[in-house]
Write a new protein. Structure first.
Length: 318
């Protein structure tokens, strides 16, 4: 290599190194200007029906999305406390998976749950692992239990002259078949599933609320209560505002009163961006067509079931 070319190469390398050093100094100064990272309270908002998948044009609380949020908090050592804002009527059995994720998070961080509007059935279940549960005084809380609705179209099909024949491998294979009448055996099978699910739910309440619950017999009726009444029954620790929940989280985590509150959000997908983050209202809680029979942790019941006006519905409650 010629001497001139060698000198040019050396100068070029030196220039790049100088730029890197200059950038590092600027970055250090910029960080120093902003201040060192500070411990903060992470805000996680769970709103909508709980299900395994989100609909194309709507919102839902899914285990996959909640796990993403939980991992974001777990990976950040500066997230010292979490305020979990819940506004959900519950939903499918996916609520138990979301519950486990919140329980995992609660074992690593101080978690305070805040029920803002609706924390019923599965919506209440996912709040249980929190260190404390605070509800707005007018929030609707409770519905500790499970429900199944069996829909039968047999009467309608007979009027239309339609006959459906089912071929099955066992006498219980078509339990909940909507094309025939509901049999006593159907009810026995579904009732057993509902009872077992409600019992598991109640065990979770005992695990986390313990002797805070004043009357477990009343709770097992699966009633829904205002935040004020829920506090009297022990379903929640107190009533208050979101600001009070944040303040309590700071106290429990020994954070200063000015510790910042940071909203944690999952990464938006291309579809989310294209649709503008469309969210589904909580008042229409089923993001998909309901099955002919399905055990749910939800209150109130999905509006879609009421649309089947020609169907005969038999409700099995806990």
């Amino acid at each position: 290599m010629a001497p001139v070319s060698r000198r040019v190469l050396i100068l070029a390398v030196a220039g790049v190194l100088a730029l890197l050093v200059f950038a590092a100094v600027l970055a250090y100064a910029f960080v120093g200007f902003l201040g060192a990272p500070r411990p903060y309270v992470a805000l996680l908002e769970l709103s909508g029906v709980i299900d395994y998948e989100r609909p194309l044009l709507g919102g839902a609380i899914t285990p996959r999305d909640v796990e993403e949020l939980v991992r974001i908090v777990e990976r950040d050592p500066w997230a010292r406390a979490v305020v979990l804002v819940v506004n959900s009527p519950g939903g499918t059995m996916a609520a138990f998976e979301v519950y486990e994720l919140i329980k995992r998070l609660s074992s690593e961080r101080v978690v305070v749950a805040y029920i803002t509007g609706l924390g019923a059935s599965g919506g209440y279940l996912i709040a249980l692992p929190a260190r404390e549960i605070i509800a707005h005084p007018t929030a609707l809380v409770g519905s500790v239990g499970a429900v199944a609705v069996i829909t039968s179209y047999k009467g309608l099909l007979e009027k239309l002259g339609v006959n459906v024949t089912t071929v099955k491998s066992g006498d219980l294979k078509d339990v909940g078949n909507p094309y025939r009448e509901v049999r006593d055996e159907d009810l026995r099978v579904v009732e057993a599933i509902v009872r077992d699910t409600a019992r598991l739910f109640l065990e979770k309440v005992r695990e986390h609320r313990g002797d805070k619950i004043r009357d477990y017999t009343e709770i097992a009726r699966a009633g829904v209560y205002t935040g004020l009444e829920a506090e009297k029954l022990g379903l929640v620790d107190r009533t208050g505002t979101l600001e009070e929940a944040v303040k309590r989280a700071r106290e429990l985590a020994n954070l200063p009163p000015d510790a910042p509150l940071v909203r944690v959000e999952r990464k938006a997908s291309i579809l989310d961006i294209l649709l503008g983050g469309v969210q589904q209202p909580v008042i229409t809680p089923t993001p998909r067509k309901p099955l002919s029979v399905e055990v749910l942790l939800i209150w109130p019941l999905p509006l879609e079931l009421a649309e089947n006006t020609a169907a005969t519905m038999i409700t099995v409650n806990s």
